[in-house]
Ligand binder design. Structure first.
Ligand code: FES
Length: 580
């Protein structure tokens, strides 16, 4: 893509606050000077907001204050004026009912912080799962020059000398306790070994996936995604990012110059190659919705089809992000897509270079971590989109995390009306279920949970686990943690709480999953299905007030990204009226 930098110098939006000698200018500038900023910082140089999602209750981002200082160094070095701004931080591990419910709120809050304050460009300082998409959504909506730097993944976990992946082993150990092959005491002992350093999840979970998506979209400097949080090169990346945003503002290089359809297609193919999280589907659809790019679920299936998963990381494979970094990281994967002829090589990036220019000379240092195509974990690694009378608007499945033998499966439905019903029944030895059944979980979608919790990979019943079985077909309108695995059909749309056919599945119905033919079929006649839907009544009670009500009334389906309907599209960055 050709990009023509804007002329420099020119008057920036921050000067409507800080430039001039009016009463308002003196008010805006004078109050800032109480922090000891020298007068020349207000002389028309780019003012850069460092949007910091630091929070001690977002443990994956708890080290970001240190990185913010490095970003500041870079901004000063390049002649900018950095201002650090705390923004809404969504913790995956602690936020109830689920961080996803607050992704849109965070994006809305950050968008207004960007637009309503004197910023000419922004560094998005993020890490934990929802912090990355929420700030990217805000940047797409305001279209202020923006660049991402992530906090980086934790170091490898080890327990009894074996690699332990964030999340992945939480699910594995939990199932092992249920199966009787691990004691509760060992489980507790393993806890500390999972999180041995600052940083985000060390698997190819949603945080690492979204860091990779940001890089593949062209919104982060090349190589950002995999550098461990505690590696000194993470600080270097932060400082270089600070330097770069100043030039982006001078050039007027905006998200709308980068977030084209081609960039999203590059990201979708990258997601297939890395065995990335299904959460990327929802987040990229939402970011595209803000950027005005026509991206659909069909694009996910079309672009991801036949892209081999070559990154041998948990939950699909064996290694962790630390080893991915040592092997060369995401640039090697993007280079491989280019060599395979499935990369939009001329896609523009925040560096001002094309994607291909950035990656064409990189080297793979470990072919057991970044595999040759003929040794791929799965030859068709892209997120699969299935449709049928059970999912008229689609549902997704991650083949690299699924059991190949279950990709075509017919089984009897065992239904859980909601997550509480599931929890009440799953450990009951009297539950009529075996490994051939299809577990169906309802009312866990965007409206239903609310917030679309990561419960789609519901654990198996103990009596099945004790047989040594580790996977069954599971269907829900929920999401699944990017660190999880299994033959799990997710994001079924429309969701049960919105009256989708999932709402009327009954115990004993037969369901056929046919991944090769992209089909999910409930073996109930059209007449019977229509009769059941006509009688259906939602069991969801709308929240009485507050953000929960706003979310309930306006959240859209997973098939279009689960954004709030009134946030679709961009609103730019007009400076607006002064308040004084
Ligand atoms: Fe924060 Fe996984 S819980 S990145």
């Amino acid at each position: 893509m050709t990009f023509k930098p804007a002329a420099w110098p020119r008057k920036l939006r921050s000067q409507t606050w800080f430039g001039g000698t009016s009463k308002d200018n003196i008010y805006h500038r004078g109050w800032m000077k109480n922090q000891g900023f020298p007068p020349d910082l207000f002389d028309g140089r780019p003012v850069i907001g460092i949007l910091n999602t630091w929070s001690e209750l977002t443990p994956c981002n708890a080290h970001l204050n240190d990185l913010a200082q490095r970003v500041k160094h870079g901004i000063y070095e390049a002649g900018g004026f950095p201002v650090e701004v705390p923004v809404f931080s969504t913790s995956e591990s602690a936020f109830r009912p689920t961080a996803m419910m607050f992704r849109n709120l965070a994006s809305m809050a950050v968008e207004e912080q960007m637009r309503g304050q004197p910023m000419d460009g922004c560094v998005l300082l993020v890490g934990c799962d929802k912090t990355t998409p929420s700030l990217l959504m805000a940047a797409a909506s305001t279209d202020l020059p923006s660049i991402i730097v992530t906090g980086g993944p934790m170091l490898n976990g080890y327990y009894k000398n074996e690699r332990v992946g964030s999340g992945t082993h939480l699910w594995k150990f939990s199932e092992a306790v249920k199966a009787g092959t691990m004691t509760k005491e060992e489980f507790v002992e393993a806890e500390a070994s999972m999180s041995r350093s600052p940083g985000s999840c060390n698997t190819m979970g949603t945080a690492s996936t979204m860091a990779s998506m940001a890089e593949a979209l062209g919104m982060a400097l090349s190589g950002n995604a995999a550098i461990p949080a505690v590696d000194s090169r993470r600080r270097v990346m932060a400082q270089l990012t600070g330097r770069r945003i100043v030039q982006m503002v001078k050039d007027d290089l905006k998200p709308s110059d980068i977030l084209k359809k081609e960039a999203f297609e590059n990201a979708i193919r990258t997601n297939a190659a890395i065995g990335g999280s299904t959460n990327a589907v929802i987040h990229l659809l939402a970011i595209a919705g803000r950027a005005g790019v026509d991206l659909t679920l069909e694009d996910w299936d079309r672009c991801g089809r036949d892209v081999p998963t070559i990154v041998n990381l948990m939950p699909s494979g064996k290694y962790l992000m630390e080893e991915f970094f040592y092997a060369g990281g995401l640039p090697v994967v993007i280079q491989r897509l280019g060599e395979a002829g499935i990369l939009h090589k001329d896609a523009l990036t925040v560096s001002g270079e094309t994607m291909w220019d950035q990656v064409k000379d990189v080297v793979n240092h470990n072919p057991d971590v970044i595999l040759p195509a003929d040794k791929a974990l799965t030859q068709s690694g892209g997120v699969v989109v299935v449709k049928g009378n059970l999912a008229p608007k689609g549902a997704v499945l991650k083949p690299s995390a699924a059991t190949p033998a279950l990709m075509t499966h017919r089984g009897r439905a065992v239904v859980f009306e909601d997550i509480d019903d599931y929890k009440a029944k799953i450990n009951d030895e009297a539950l009529d279920i075996d490994e051939t059944c299809v577990m169906v979980l309802k009312n866990c979608g965007p409206k239903g949970y609310p917030g679309m919790a990561e419960v789609g990979n519901m654990g198996l019943p103990p009596k099945v686990l004790r047989k040594g079985i580790t996977d069954m077909v599971r269907i829900s309108d929920a999401r699944m943690s990017g660190t999880a695995f299994g033959t799990v059909v997710l994001h079924t749309s429309p969701e049960a709480a919105a009256g989708g056919p999932l709402a009327v599945v009954q115990n004993g119905d037969m369901i056929t999953l046919d991944v090769p033919n992209r089909s999910l079929h409930l073996e109930v006649s059209d007449t019977e299905l229509a009769a059941r839907l006509a009688k259906w009544q939602s069991r969801i009670v709308p929240p009485p007030s507050g953000y929960a009500l706003l979310h309930h009334l306006h959240v859209q389906g997973a098939d279009t990204g689960a954004d709030l309907d009134f946030l679709n599209g961009g609103r730019g960055n007009p400076v607006g009226k002064d308040s004084h």
